[in-house]
Design a protein around this ligand. Structure first.
Ligand SMILES: Cc1ncc(COP(=O)(O)O)c(C=O)c1O
Length: 384
């Protein structure tokens, strides 16, 4: 970014400028009075961001093939603020049972109590969603593959139907990211990323983005971001910009490694099932192959059930290379546990068993495989 210092000396660097500012100052009275007219792109107060945020928004919009982007302080806030910006009492909201947990909890515990008719739909419904659309359906919330359970959805089929009925669509596209699936090209109105995952990539930032084409919707979303005080820190924007320099390389490498490890796990006797659409055995594989360009680094699997639930701990506690944690998409591998009781609370689930979810990082593949192998061997001793 080019810059002139106070003495007129030019300066340029390869790093974006980190502009901090809780407020924006104006040269004249007239500039101040007309400051709101600069929305949704311009600057009027620190909450909607400084040029640091605008630079990152432009970069993400370009990656998504979108005209606009609004940053939010987390993936969760990106999802929830988008719904809040457009859905009102009396509206009907269709939300996939496989959507991210806090979006579902927000819909169930807040929106439903505020007069929104919230309906969870089976993640594999595809074109049959048309039968669920009502005159007051406002938005469809999708995620593919689904959080934890990994069901695929035919996004193009759903958006085609939604458009015909004048219904807005939002897609949590974090797993594939624009490298492997461009939601805007498939007709999605709001494409959300938890930039916390691949974009930042180093497990040290929370951020979300919403990319979209329609200028009018962009204005409404920017206003919601500002009114709800969903500000992002310019230092965090800098870290995400830095993460983006290696994002494509990381994701390609981590995805291929995840695919090889998932294929291997399918052959292990202690593993009952691997939930991962890039595998030919997955029920959503054909949809994945048709629309997606590559495998994400996150997959789930189900072990042969132990005599009692606590004995899953034998497997987890034997792991040396996989920290136990609920996030994913970073350079470090992670593993997480979702008990059978959680599947029982879902209306639609591909399994009633406990699920183990793995995010494959940049570590040596053999070391990761050997670690899983020895933990599975320890687990095997309680099974047989
Ligand atoms: C698919 C998906 N969407 C959204 C989120 C929320 O992102 P954040 O942690 O930035 O709120 C997560 C977090 O785990 C996620 O897995």
């Amino acid at each position: 970014m080019k810059y002139m210092d106070h003495a007129g000396n030019p300066f340029a660097s390869l790093s974006p400028t980190v502009w901090r500012g809780s407020t924006v100052v104006f040269d004249t009275f007239e500039d101040f009075v007309s400051r709101k007219e600069r929305q949704p792109d311009g600057y009027s107060y620190g909450i909607t961001g400084t040029p640091t945020a605008r630079g990152l928004e432009r970069r993400i919009a370009d990656l998504e093939g979108a005209k606009h982007c609004v940053l939010m302080p987390s993936g969760a806030s990106a999802l929830i603020t988008t719904v809040m910006a457009f859905v009102r009492a009396g509206d009907h909201l269709l939300i996939s049972e496989s959507c991210y947990g806090s979006l579902k909890t927000f819909s169930r515990q807040w929106l439903a109590n505020m007069g929104v008719d919230v309906e969870f739909y089976p993640p594999t419904i595809d074109a049959e969603i048309e039968a669920l659309i009502r005159p007051n359906t406002k938005m469809i919330c999708m995620e593919a593959p689904g959080t934890v359970t990994m069901e695929m959805q035919d996004i193009a089929a759903i958006t085609e139907i939604a458009k015909r009925h004048g219904v807005l669509t939002m897609l949590d596209n974090t797993w594939a990211s624009p490298l492997f699936f461009r939601g805007i090209e498939h007709g999605v109105d709001f494409v959300v990323q938890a930039a916390t995952k691949y974009f930042s990539g180093h497990s040290d930032v929370l951020m979300g983005s919403v990319s979209l084409d329609n200028f009018e919707l962009y204005g409404v979303l920017r206003e919601a971001q500002s009114i709800f005080g969903q500000a992002v820190s310019p230092d965090d924007c800098f870290l995400v910009e830095r993460g983006l320099q290696t994002y494509a390389l990381r994701l390609k490498e981590q995805g291929q490694k995840a695919l090889r490890i998932a294929r291997w796990l399918e052959t292990v006797p202690e593993v009952k099932e691997v939930l991962y659409p890039p595998l030919e055995s997955h029920p959503g594989h054909e949809i994945w192959k048709k629309h997606f360009k590559g495998p994400g680094c996150l997959f789930s699997f189900v072990l042969q059930a132990p005599p009692s639930e606590e004995q899953f701990g034998v497997f987890f506690n034997a792991l040396k290379e996989f920290p136990i944690g609920a996030s994913w998409g970073g350079t470090h591998s992670l593993i997480a546990y979702y008990p059978a009781s959680q599947q029982a609370t879902r209306r639609f689930s591909p399994t009633d068993q406990s699920i183990i979810r793995v995010s494959i990082g940049l570590e040596d593949e053999e070391i990761l495989r050997e670690d899983l192998q020895q933990a599975l061997a320890a687990y095997s001793r309680i099974l047989y």
